[in-house]
Write a protein that binds this ligand. Structure first.
Ligand code: ATP
Ligand code: MG
Length: 177
């Protein structure tokens, strides 16, 4: 799956609509501290169905809505749309996935304009071997945790990322037979 475009409105520091085209190849996001680099990655994870406010660095999920500044009033909603391309039987297929949150009303999801459940969006990305909890997305604080971890913990993280954590359980099981 390739993410081709990301559109944000009212998401965290992106109060004005921002439309980013993601070209093939490696993409780098650069800018001074606090300019919104991590917010962009969080917007991606959020649209993929992230439901932990803490991992979005907030106390509640509504904290992703633009909270206002000295010169700008807060917003009532946040919306992020991402355009994903997948290989289908007849060539590349595009889907637009949208998540929107309104103060007091919670989140709503759409795939190609149809209302869907969070689960449908999570499954769409899981089927493409990616998603909000995929080891392909590593947050800033997680990098620190990997570096600071004791060797045995670090090994557990790497095994989790490699998708082989379950094999150990099966091996132990086999050895005791
Ligand atoms: P660094 O280089 O330090 O990692 P960064 O580019 O990753 O910085 P972010 O963490 O993405 O920066 O952005 C932080 C900024 O986003 C802060 O200025 C913070 O006030 C702002 N921000 C976060 N949530 C909201 C919100 N709900 N409303 C308005 N601004 C927000
Ligand atoms: Mg950051």
């Amino acid at each position: 799956m390739r993410i081709k475009r990301l559109r944000l409105t009212g998401f965290k520091s992106f109060v004005d609509p921002a439309d980013l085209r993601i070209e093939p190849g490696l993409t780098g996001v650069v800018g001074p501290n606090g300019c919104g680099k991590s917010n962009l990655l969080e917007a991606l994870r959020w649209t993929m169905g992230e439901n932990s406010a803490r991992s979005m660095r907030g106390a509640g999920m509504e904290d992703v809505i633009f909270a206002g500044t000295a010169s700008r009033p807060p917003r009532d909603f946040a919306e992020v749309a991402l355009l994903a391309e997948r290989d289908g039987p007849d060539g590349p297929e595009e889907s637009e996935i949208v998540r929107r949150i309104e103060r007091g009303a919670g989140s709503a999801y759409r795939i190609d304009g149809r209302d869907v459940r969070a689960r449908d969006v999570q499954l769409l990305f899981a089927d493409a071997a990616t998603g909000a909890h995929s080891p392909a997305l590593v947050s800033q604080n997680r990098i620190g945790a990997v570096i600071a971890a004791r060797p045995v913990e670090r090994r557990a993280m790497l095994e989790e990322a490699a998708g082989i954590a379950g094999l150990h359980v099966r091996r132990k099981d086999a050895e005791t037979r």
